[in-house]
Design a binder for this molecule. Structure first.
Ligand code: FA5
Length: 354
């Protein structure tokens, strides 16, 4: 009798602390299953005398019924708890959701869009050209024939092609070389645009440029250029200076000192280099401006007559200026970034600051 009572106490304890239907099933087996503890007591009744059979049998059957009822009740409770959890998940609209990581624009993209916006306000259209360019558009049409020493300034990556089938600029006079390379500037867009559009015109051509050169704080092998071109009947270097000054003022939102130096580009005559007072060090000298206090930001000049001819325009009829600016360097000046290479590393600790 005592054993039966202990079995009952233990079984009830276990039923109450069962957390799922699997545990309930195991408890049922343990006490009321084929070899369960209560079942074994009931099966052993036949070996007992009449008196004990009656009293123990009565108690064992009573315990069996009570445990069955308790198991049923607990089963329902567990079902209700699971249901309740499920319902909660469905209707708790205030439960905080998973935050999706969101990115933002790269500083160069931001600067590119800002530059486009400013030039559009100054009456320029934004046009694009291919990053993989032909030798003709990148060099020859810009008055840089094969073997011209100026090609050394724009050493680049050439694409492997079947050489025997591709015309190159050394092969025949008057043929447009189709050899492919990664463009070294966006200046070829000048030619592409003038071939299809008659002046007067004002365009900028932003995009990626590539060069085979050693990297340092202000040089990368892969960087961004924005080419500018303005062609009309009477355009002079004064227009170039005015546009550049206005642009820097609008871009930096303050007046910025610029310096125009004589230079050489085969596609402009005369040619200039445009520097701005280094905004990283305020002109004192730092690694970005090579300690000089000025940073070269653009090459520029008056469009060379040969370039007009390459594009099918009469140089006696039209005049124009062109410039090619480094977008990365503008970004560095704007955000006071000390090394151009940071812009291409993809390091989130750096990028998340913008
Ligand atoms: C040119 O590429 C000429 N096409 C620019 C031009 C256009 C001149 C039209 C006249 C008329 P240059 O190689 O100097 O020029 O490059 C122009 C600008 O690009 C530089 O002033 C500088 O801001 C940027 N730049 C040049 N090389 C790199 C480099 N390796 N990494 C980052 N920026 C560069």
């Amino acid at each position: 009798m005592e054993d039966l009572k202990n079995i009952k106490i233990l079984a009830e304890k276990e039923i109450n602390s069962a957390r799922n239907s699997e545990e309930i099933k195991q408890i049922f087996q343990k006490y009321l299953g084929k070899n369960g503890e209560v079942t074994r007591v009931l099966r052993s009744l036949k070996n007992l005398d009449e008196n004990k059979k009656r009293s123990i049998g009565k108690l064992a059957n009573q315990i069996k019924q009570e445990l069955e009822q308790k198991i049923e009740i607990r089963k329902k409770e567990i079902g209700a708890e699971i249901g309740k959890n499920k319902t909660n998940k469905k209707i708790d609209v205030s439960f905080p959701g998973h935050k999706l990581p969101t990115g933002h624009l790269h500083p160069i993209t931001k600067v590119k869009r800002e530059v486009e916006d400013i030039f559009e306000r100054l009456g320029f259209s934004v046009v694009e050209g291919p990053e993989v360019e032909s030798e003709w558009y990148n060099f020859d049409a810009l008055n840089i024939p094969a073997n011209h020493p100026a090609r050394d300034m724009w050493d680049t990556f050439w694409l492997r092609q079947n050489e025997s089938k591709v015309q190159n600029s050394k092969s025949k006079a008057n043929t447009k070389s189709q050899r492919l390379l990664l463009r070294t500037h966006t200046s070829p867009v000048q030619i592409r645009y003038m071939e299809k559009n008659n002046p007067p015109l004002r365009i900028i051509a932003p995009g990626r440029a590539f060069r085979y050169e050693a990297t340092d704080a202000s040089h990368e092998i892969n960087f961004y250029h924005v080419e500018g071109l303005m062609v009309d009947k009477e355009i002079s270097a004064a227009n170039l200076k005015a546009i550049m000054e206005k642009f820097f003022e609008m871009f930096f939102k303050k007046s910025v000192k610029i310096r125009i130096r004589p230079s050489f580009f085969p596609f402009t005559e005369p040619s200039f280099e445009i520097d701005i007072r280094c905004l990283v060090c305020g002109g004192k000298g730092c690694s970005v401006c090579s300690q000089g206090g000025w940073l070269e930001i653009a090459g520029a000049g008056m469009v060379h007559p040969q370039v007009f001819k390459s594009a099918g325009l009469n140089p006696k009829e039209w005049q124009g200026f062109a410039f090619g600016m480094g977008l990365d360097r503008l970004t560095m000046m704007k955000y006071k970034i000390k090394d151009i290479r940071l812009l291409f590393k993809g390091d989130l600790r750096f990028l998340e600051q913008f």
